[in-house]
Design a protein around this ligand. Structure first.
Ligand SMILES: [Zn+2]
Length: 391
């Protein structure tokens, strides 16, 4: 699986010599066991072969053919149900070859040949797959699962020891009520120790998101024990019996809760960016303004539709990006080169500068604002005005 550092390294890569090419290959299997899976592998091979032919015809970039032939061999081995989503990044001119298994990313099988790696499907991967804990709890035991990408493993599992009183099954008659009261205390103590464990794990950043599974009757009591800091990371809870829920079932429910929560969060980001743009607040819409704010270091998060693409130019000297297709850079008048899609340069910039990237499905609201927007940390112009006003 890919790490943040891997992603950052890929985002920093750029071809230096004119004969070098950066190749990005994404393979997205159809649902496993699906017959069309084979077709997906065939499609992948055709895609690579076609590109090899084009390069052979052009008579340039001979180095890239080695990479493509190697990718072809990878594609040939993508048979069988075990095939996962995969990405390969290669530039033989610079001795670079990276291969990653991926969780499902919003990309079909595609091949990109360019000066930089195509990272758009990868950039949101960490925000969409936070390290997530699922805490399964009942009145005396707890099991904690960790989910990272599509993998699930048990973090810890424990039973709170019952005290002598709590363990008492009562001598029927008069002691029964007494034992029950003690047992309520035991339950509360157990919940408190689970809540403590979650708090200390949250402080150590052992998880970024939390989902809780327990019997509905236990939820209100357990919820009151959760520390506010843990609650901030809580995405939701579901009804589960710790004795019978499997890891796989817990993973599926937790990931559904995560998807719903991400969807709501993305809608909220869009709303904030649009309102911010209208009120000259912390939002901008449209490519020109997004590029400008990015260059000014104002951007917290870029929001674009999954299929977003726009032509732009890039200065060969200062890397200024411009949505007006000018031949010379406005900054120092150096020549620009045209970009088929501004994302080629904008996405790596976002990764390198820790700017969030959110990809959302196309809809009418986004269509009206050019399918790209950004949420800002601050507005440089407003800060300047405030400074001027203060002086
Ligand atoms: Zn320039």
């Amino acid at each position: 699986m890919i790490s943040r550092e891997d992603l950052r390294q890929l985002a920093s890569f750029e071809c230096q010599r004119p004969d070098e090419l950066a190749i990005s290959f994404y393979f997205q299997p159809s649902t496993p066991k699906d017959k069309s899976h084979r077709e997906e592998a065939i499609l992948a091979k055709d895609l690579v072969r076609k590109t090899i032919q084009e390069i052979q015809l052009s008579g340039r970039h001979r180095d890239a053919i080695d990479d493509l032939e190697k990718i072809l061999r990878v594609a040939e081995n993508l048979h069988g149900n075990q095939a996962r989503s995969k990405a390969v990044f290669a530039c033989s001119g610079r001795g670079l070859w990276r291969e990653f298994d991926l969780p499902s990313v919003p990309s079909s099988t595609k091949l990109f040949v360019n000066r930089r790696f195509h990272l758009k499907p990868l950039a949101p991967i960490f925000s969409e797959h936070p390290r997530m804990w699922v805490a399964l709890i009942d009145s005396q035991s707890a099991r904690i699962l960790e989910i990272q990408f599509d993998q699930v493993h048990e973090q810890s599992s424990f039973k709170s020891p019952l005290s002598r009183h709590g363990r008492s099954d009562g001598y029927a008659g008069y002691d029964a009520g007494h034992a029950e009261r003690h047992s309520e205390d035991e339950v509360r103590r157990h919940f408190r120790s689970v809540a403590e464990l979650l708090k200390s794990a949250a402080e150590k950043k052992q998880f970024e998101a939390l989902v809780i599974g327990c019997h509905d009757v236990n939820w209100p009591e357990f919820e009151t024990q959760l520390h506010p800091y843990v609650k901030k990371k809580l995405l939701g809870h579901f009804s589960a019996d710790i004795g019978s829920v499997t890891d796989e079932m817990a993973r599926e429910v937790a990931q559904r809760i995560l998807r719903d929560s991400l969807h709501r969060h993305h809608q909220e980001l869009i709303r904030e960016a649009l309102e911010g743009a209208k009120s000259n607040g912390l939002g901008v819409t449209g490519l020109r303004r997004v590029l400008r704010s990015t260059e000014l270091g104002e951007v917290e998060c870029i929001i674009m539709t999954e299929d977003y693409s726009a032509r732009a130019v890039e200065c060969t000297n200062c890397r200024h990006l411009d949505s007006h297709l000018v031949h010379y850079c406005l900054v120092f008048g150096r020549a620009t080169r045209s970009l088929e899609d501004v994302s080629e340069a904008l996405v790596p910039t976002a990764v390198r500068n820790n700017i969030g990237l959110v990809l959302v499905p196309r809809d009418e609201t986004l269509d009206r604002i050019g399918n790209i927007a950004a949420l800002l940390r601050f507005r440089a112009d407003r800060n300047t005005n405030q400074l001027l006003a203060a002086s």
